[in-house]
Write a protein that binds this ligand. Structure first.
Ligand code: ACO
Length: 332
């Protein structure tokens, strides 16, 4: 068997501040009933003050390295997935690297939104299989709350998103068939307009004006129904496809860890695949949609909660802006 890789340790950090649906109903024309019925979300975590995704990622990264039984100095590459980078440039990976005191190691950002962690995991796996690195830190971290429209205009998007960070240390697989089996990564740039942040943009001169801000172009734009439709159409085939690619079928799947975009999406995908609630992890009820962070946080919770045991077959899957979508299959 060729050299493989596996997740050696996981970490999570979410801000302490809990924002309930009732809290949002005090500032927006919305209700706990509407949000729970349409999205499944009851509460989410939002940062207080000036906190960026690199700061959120630091405790998650430290926890993942400790869980892997490694020292920080063992990390040779940091991959940082986010759609809410601390700065336009440089990337949040560099900011996190400095926070961790790993100055000098390789660091890069991945801009693939809800699929970002999966693109990062695939990249880490490829580097390790190729023998270029031994230990790669893959992080998904988002601060949405500082960029959401807190007026009624943005209520469809604002109620969905939460802040948080998840991290995984990926290293060589030394325990038989316990390894990342493979990935299925996709994108369709023709769908860029259904979910995007219009401004600031380097393709406009000037990149941001007071008029653009008055129009709310610096807040996320989402055609919710179109995103919903793409997710329920694409995800079941994606998951079936990656299993078939590896000569496996749905009966052999122990756990699906889907991106937490909307509980209804995950329920429909599970139904389409015939997977019962014991086979699917959902935590959007407590955390909202944390985008690049949602899959590593959900996976970490699954492992901590004893829902993943050595040898289990685990599928991670998600879809987001781009559109981008993907899945990873792991023999845990
Ligand atoms: N509270 C109360 N009413 C609301 C809210 C709100 N927060 N938001 C919208 N409404 C209203 C609308 O104005 C509309 O009113 P109208 O009928 O009087 O015109 C009504 O509710 C229905 O609006 P729709 O947008 O049609 O509602 P829908 O059932 O599609 O639900 C939602 C909206 C929850 C956004 C849904 O489309 C969805 O979840 N889509 C998927 C979105 C998603 O998953 N995004 C993230 C994935 S990608 C990523 O993670 C980056």
């Amino acid at each position: 068997m060729d050299r493989g890789s596996r997740i050696l340790g996981l970490g999570t950090y979410v801000p302490e501040r809990i924002v309930t649906n009732d809290d949002l109903a005090e500032i927006l024309d919305t209700s706990d009933e509407w949000i729970r019925k349409r999205t499944g979300i009851s509460e989410r975590r939002w940062v207080e003050g000036d906190v960026g995704p690199a700061e959120l990622a630091e405790p998650a990264a430290r926890q993942a390295v400790a869980a892997a039984g490694l020292e920080l100095s063992d990390i040779q590459l940091i991959l940082f997935a986010t759609l809410s980078p601390d700065l336009f440039f440089p990337g949040s990976a560099c900011l996190l690297q400095d926070r961790l005191g790993l100055n000098g190691c390789a660091a890069m950002d991945i801009r693939n939104q809800c699929t970002g962690f999966l693109y990062g995991l695939a990249t880490a796996d490829a580097f390790i299989r190729a023998g270029l690195y031994e230990h790669v830190l893959v992080v998904g971290s988002e601060v949405h709350s500082s960029g959401l429209d807190m007026s009624d205009r943005g209520r469809d998007v604002t109620v969905i998103f939460g802040d948080g960070a998840g991290a995984a240390v990926v290293g060589p697989s030394t325990e038989g068939d316990r390894r990342i089996l493979g990935h299925s990564l996709h994108a369709d740039g023709a769908l860029v307009d259904i979910l995007k942040l219009v401004a600031p943009a380097s393709s406009m001169n000037p990149r941001l004006t007071a008029e653009m801000m008055e129009q709310g172009l610096h807040y996320p734009y989402m055609e919710g129904r179109a995103v919903f439709k793409q997710a329920v159409q694409l995800l079941p085939g994606l998951i079936r496809g990656i299993l078939t690619q590896h000569g496996l079928d749905l009966d052999q799947l122990d756990l699906l860890v889907p991106h937490q975009a909307n509980l209804r999406i995950n329920e429909m995908v599970a139904r389409a695949l015939g997977l019962g609630p014991d086979k699917v992890i959902n935590n959007i009820q407590r955390l909202g949609n944390t985008t690049a962070a949602s899959i590593p946080i959900a996976l970490h919770e699954a492992v901590e909660g004893g829902r993943v045991k050595p040898g289990d077959l685990v599928c991670l899957a998600g879809l987001g802006a781009g559109m981008t979508w993907g899945a990873s299959l792991i023999r845990w």
